[in-house]
Design a binder for this molecule. Structure first.
Ligand code: ADP
Ligand code: MG
Length: 724
């Protein structure tokens, strides 16, 4: 009996799959936002007065009065029931990267036993899931482990269709009874408000009289892998850890690669179309999709939206991507590094801030005055990244993302800012004092007119920078593909708020000395660049020269692992940043540290246990079976006086023994539970446990290259990546 039935079966199933035909779908105009209870739908369903009131809430975050809530709830229920909903759910985003929901029926029975539907304003506004099963860090009240959810009217309700029927989903915040944030939405809303306040202050000082509320925007590019589920089902590591814990590199240039390639686009196209139609129904503007660098890897990027809505949509997109892939016979991998040695997956978070009166403040404008505003906001970002690089590194820290950052394929684990040649020169000139005060009291151009043409040039990109200015926004490129975008957005909004406040104070001083605006801006930016210009870097972020220069000459931090990164949440600088802006209290911040640290430790431990399991129960049996085969063969040959070279058997035996010895060491290492601190426990995982896991893997991968193919039980890299 051979040992690779599941592999052979998988290939058989895949190659004999029935051809999938592309279905014709409804036009965009028909499906767009069809499942969303948005403003347009409310306008149609509500009285003029109720609509006016809810519109104000949606657009400005103003509190919703109970009477309006009742009217909106009734209209929402009627609409949802007409779409087949029997249940509603407050949808929320706990501190993990997942989305949580608890379904409640609309139905109640009346006195005579008839079913009627009920949905009041108070049910719409507030829900009470049992919060105790969600991580809450230190915020676990002994008498009230529960939390409650509250509708966030700035993110529209929608209907989600599943095999279980349709459910009305109500995007919500999740907090403890004492009002502490237990989720990823509350800090995002607060950070936006902090940024708005600080930006208003700066813009007023710049003489703007009409200033609409500012909002941050986010456009996230999502990378992912698709692997046929027949293969995935034969790989416990893909199913449980979302990545391969074993796997020898695929041999390059095999002819059959091309052969199998031909089938990829058709099947994936059908998946994409199905997936994107669902996004459109939910009002998620899927804009681009394409193949990515690695075989089997793809990207989808929706058009940017208000950060709060974009973050909700991102979560929805990840959920739908996985469920739709399943329907199409794929496992969708959002992990940052599913295959060692193959390009990993990231999520570029494009971010800007703006409003309806001044427009996008990160877009160089058409007038010198607009450009002053732009330079101030851009300068604020530079200062923010310089002061809070460790925070930015901490919010993208995860066991998965550690495989990318600093591994010379993704942005390095050193946070620097790329501005592009021309903009960098403008800031350098300001720093060097090459920009003198205004001519004849008029406003100076500052040489920014060139930037207008620069920003249209997509060729001017630095792919090695973790934080790049891309013409009218910054692109945080080091975010992991499985992560929620909220953490990065909170960090960016908050550091911007803090820097804009700093700028406002400095501007006030300059202006009170009688300086005109241009002179004041140039003076403030000069100070800013003197103190923080070190973070600006336009060179090759992958080079070892930069790694040395960044740390030794510029004083930037290289933070390679999550264990090194997460303690930033406990630093005085980060505590002060979040307290002063009102985004997170010290208690809330500490709870985040605990939750993220626990997640890190847990995910490493799960992988470690799985590594031992697979080594013992899948790889060891294959290797020893091969040794047995070899010994029978060589005994048979010996009878014919033919001597077989025993080097293969020796290698297999040595690697098998080496692997099992490392498994023994890992098992002992996992038994260690005595740590002085969470920090120490994380470091132990990053060094000791991860080190032993790679030791086991390296033996196993050598075995994969030695053991007879027909005995190898795990689908191989070339099969998973190329056979579709
Ligand atoms: P690239 O692959 O070149 O980085 P894409 O077009 O794939 O670019 O993605 C760019 C993303 O940036 C899209 O989601 C786009 O909507 C978003 N974006 C464009 N302008 C802004 C902006 N002002 N603020 C935030 N996001 C933006
Ligand atoms: Mg990009």
């Amino acid at each position: 009996m051979s040992g690779n039935e599941s592999r052979v079966q998988a290939i058989y199933q895949i190659t004999n799959r029935e051809a999938i035909s592309v279905e014709k779908t409804d036009p965009l105009s028909k499906i767009w936002a069809d499942d969303v209870f948005n403003l347009a739908r409310m306008e149609w369903a509500l009285s003029k007065a109720a609509f006016k009131s809810i519109k104000k809430t949606v657009e400005t975050g103003a509190p919703l009065d109970p009477a309006t809530a009742d009217v909106v709830a009734a209209a929402m229920k009627e609409w949802a029931v007409s779409k087949g909903c029997k249940f509603f759910s407050h949808l929320f985003y706990p501190m993990t990267n997942i989305t949580a929901e608890k379904h409640d029926g609309f139905v109640i029975s009346d006195a005579s036993g008839n079913a009627i539907t009920e949905f009041s304003g108070s049910l719409l506004i507030k829900g009470e899931p049992d919060g105790s099963s969600f991580p809450n860090g230190s915020i676990r009240m002994t008498n009230a482990a529960r939390g409650y959810t509250a509708w966030d009217p700035t993110s529209p309700a929608f209907v989600m269709h599943t095999d279980n029927g349709a459910v009305l989903m109500i995007p919500s915040v999740f907090m403890s009874w004492t009002g502490e944030a237990l989720d990823k939405k509350i800090p995002l809303l607060r950070s936006n408000e902090a940024m708005n306040k600080a930006a208003q202050r700066v813009l007023s000082l710049m003489g703007e009289t009409e200033i609409a509320p500012l909002n941050s925007s986010c456009g996230a590019e999502q990378e992912y892998f698709l692997v046929d589920s027949n293969f995935a089902n034969a790989r416990p590591d893909l199913l449980l850890a979302g990545r391969t814990l074993f796997g020898a590199p695929s041999a390059k240039g095999q002819e059959f690669d091309d052969h199998y390639f031909g089938a990829i686009p058709a099947r994936v196209q059908v998946f994409m179309q199905d997936f994107e139609d669902q996004l459109y129904r939910l009002g998620i503007p899927a804009k681009t999709h394409h193949n990515e660098v690695a075989p089997g890897q793809f990207e989808i990027a929706p058009y940017f939206e208000a950060a709060n809505v974009a973050a909700d949509h991102q979560q929805l997109l990840m959920t739908l991507m996985k469920s739709t892939a399943k329907k199409h016979g794929f496992l969708c991998l959002l992990h940052e590094k599913p295959f060692a040695g193959i390009n990993g997956s990231g999520k570029h978070v494009n971010w800007s801030v703006g409003n309806s009166t001044q427009g996008n403040l990160l877009d160089p404008g058409n007038t010198p005055h607009d450009n002053l505003n732009f330079l101030l906001f851009c300068g604020a970002v530079i200062r923010g990244v310089h002061l809070h690089g460790p925070l930015l590194r901490a919010v993208i820290a995860s066991a998965g993302n550690d495989h990318r950052l600093g591994a010379n394929e993704a942005p390095p684990a050193i946070l620097s800012v790329y501005l592009g040649d021309q903009l960098e020169k403008v800031f350098q000139d300001i720093k060097d004092g090459n920009v003198s005060s205004s001519e004849d009291g008029g406003e100076m151009d500052l040489g920014l007119s060139q930037i207008l043409s620069f920003k249209r040039d997509p060729g001017d990109r630095n792919r090695t920078s973790p934080f790049a200015f891309t013409g009218n926004r910054f692109e945080f490129r080091a975010v992991g593909s499985a992560q929620s975008v909220s953490g990065p957005l909170v960090a960016m909004n908050t550091m911007l708020a803090d820097s804009l406040n700093w700028i406002a104070e400095k501007l006030e001083v300059e202006l009170s000395k009688g300086a005109d605006q241009t002179t004041a801006v140039v003076a403030v930016l000069k100070t800013l660049m003197d103190e923080h210009g070190n973070v600006v870097f336009g060179g090759d972020g992958y080079s070892s020269d930069w790694h040395t220069m960044a740390v030794e000459e510029r004083g930037l931090k290289n933070i390679p692992t999550t264990a090194d990164a997460l303690p930033a949440f406990r630093s005085e600088a980060v505590k002060a940043l979040f307290s002063s802006t009102g985004v997170l209290s010290p208690v809330e911040l500490e709870s985040r540290f605990e939750v993220y640290a626990e997640q890190y430790v847990l995910s490493i431990e799960v992988e470690a246990k799985l590594t031992m399991d697979m080594a013992k129960t899948i790889i060891y049996p294959a290797a020893t079976r091969y040794l047995a085969d070899l010994s029978i063969t060589s005994a048979g040959l010996a009878e014919m006086n033919v001597e077989l070279d025993s080097s293969v058997a020796k290698t297999v035996a040595a690697e098998t023994n080496g692997m099992m010895a490392a498994v023994g060491k890992l098992s002992t290492a996992l038994g260690q539970h005595d740590f002085a601190s969470t920090e120490e426990h994380m470091q132990y995982c990053a060094t000791e446990i991860c080190g032993l896991m790679s030791e086991i893997r390296s033996h196993a991968d050598t075995l994969e290259a030695e053991v007879a193919d027909e005995l190898w039980p795990l689908p191989k890299y070339q099969e998973m990546l190329f056979i579709k």
